[in-house]
Design a protein around this ligand. Structure first.
Ligand code: PHE
Length: 364
């Protein structure tokens, strides 16, 4: 017979007839209660119903089967034991209820807890790319002396990219500008290999004087390496007027070099060749690393090549119906990537285009 079954029977049926037996009977019930409510996942409601339920709860059973029919000499003992048991059951169940509620509360708090120590979502603020910064610096330098900025198409015709710049079809100068022609245009369209076509387009559109710079992207079929890519950036310059001399050209170039590299930088013009300038020059500056005494960067020459330039070849004026007898001017074409790499000590051209934040962050 299980402990609970015993409460279905009367004391007489159980053979209990002394107060000592009553006490030990109740001890057994109490032990059974304690063991049923000490499980980890107690079903509190079920426990309450089975012990305190008015109709068939164990304590009601005890009242009905043990207390009421008890013989007078045991009634007092049963009554006392029953009260003690009832108080114990109620106290323990109340205690359990509080524990369960507190546990639920703790769980809810843990679930809903906001961790204020977590770092917030940081939105990185962008910066202007080093190339953009260099463009702006170059533009500032030339805007300050009266140049204005114009832009032109990246898809050009061979006429503007070559012919009108005095580079006829089979001219060897086309070779080192191995070009991207656009499919389906029968050689009629190409990606401009330099910004010089804008010299022509500008002079076609407006009468002299002209003082422009042209920032933009240019394309060449170069094999990519540390200093070459299939795309790079140039700033073209063109000044044409009735009284522009080689002195103006040299003065402008020297002004630029001092502005860009600092007041100590010296300038050197080296003879060169471009079909659309005559004479042509490579502009060199004293090495920004060693200041001219010779180092690895300048290959121990003390000089660094900056860009190509020259006096506009009179033949070019013929293409834009400018009067070559009255007009003169100078032009230059700078590689912006090259100038940026030089000035900011960037050793690899690809770094400029990989969008690696670790690189970009160095130029805020
Ligand atoms: N367009 C030439 C180049 O890309 C540079 C240049 C421009 C030279 C203007 C002289 C005058 O190499």
């Amino acid at each position: 017979m299980t402990t609970a079954d015993r409460t279905e029977q009367t004391l007489a049926q159980l053979g209990v007839d002394s107060p000592e037996q009553v006490a030990s009977l109740f001890d057994g019930i109490r032990g059974f209660f304690d063991s049923t409510v000490s499980t980890g996942d107690l079903d509190w409601k079920a426990a309450r119903d089975s012990w305190l339920g008015r109709k068939s709860g164990i304590l009601s059973n005890i009242t009905d089967r043990w207390l009421k029919p008890a013989p007078p000499e045991l009634k007092r003992a049963v009554g006392q034991e029953l009260n003690k048991l009832k108080a114990h059951v109620e106290a323990v169940l109340e205690q359990k209820r509080l524990e369960i509620e507190a546990g639920a509360e703790r769980a809810a708090l843990a679930r809903e807890r906001m961790d204020l120590s977590l770092p917030g979502i940081e939105r990185a603020t962008g910066t202007r790319h080093l190339i953009r910064q260099t463009f702006e610096e170059l533009e500032r330098i030339f805007l300050a002396i009266g140049f204005s900025v114009v832009q032109g198409p990246e898809i050009e015709s061979p006429y503007y990219n070559f012919e009108a710049l005095n580079i006829p079809e089979h001219h060897p100068a086309r070779d080192n500008m191995d070009t991207f022609y656009i499919e389906g245009t029968r050689g009629g369209r190409l990606l401009r290999t330099h910004t010089s076509p804008m010299q022509i387009r500008t002079m076609e559109k407006q009468p002299p004087p002209v003082r422009i710079i042209v920032p933009g992207k240019v394309y060449r079929r170069d094999n990519p390496d540390a200093t070459h890519g299939y795309m790079f950036h140039q700033i073209e310059g063109l000044a044409v007027d009735t009284d522009i001399t080689f002195c103006d050209f040299k003065g402008t170039v020297e002004y630029f070099v001092r502005e860009f590299l600092g007041p100590k930088a010296k300038t050197r013009l080296r003879p060169s060749y471009f079909p659309f300038t005559e004479p042509s020059a490579e502009v060199d500056a004293t090495c920004h690393v060693c200041g001219g005494s010779g180092c690895r960067v300048c290959k121990f020459s003390g000089w660094i090549e900056l860009f190509g330039a020259g006096m506009v070849d009179p033949a070019v004026y013929g293409f834009v119906k400018y009067d070559a007898k009255k007009l003169s001017g100078f032009a230059f074409g700078m590689g912006v990537d090259r100038l940026a790499m030089m000035k900011y000590g960037v050793s690899e051209l690809p770094l400029l285009y990989q969008n690696d934040a670790r690189f970009l962050r160095q130029f805020p």
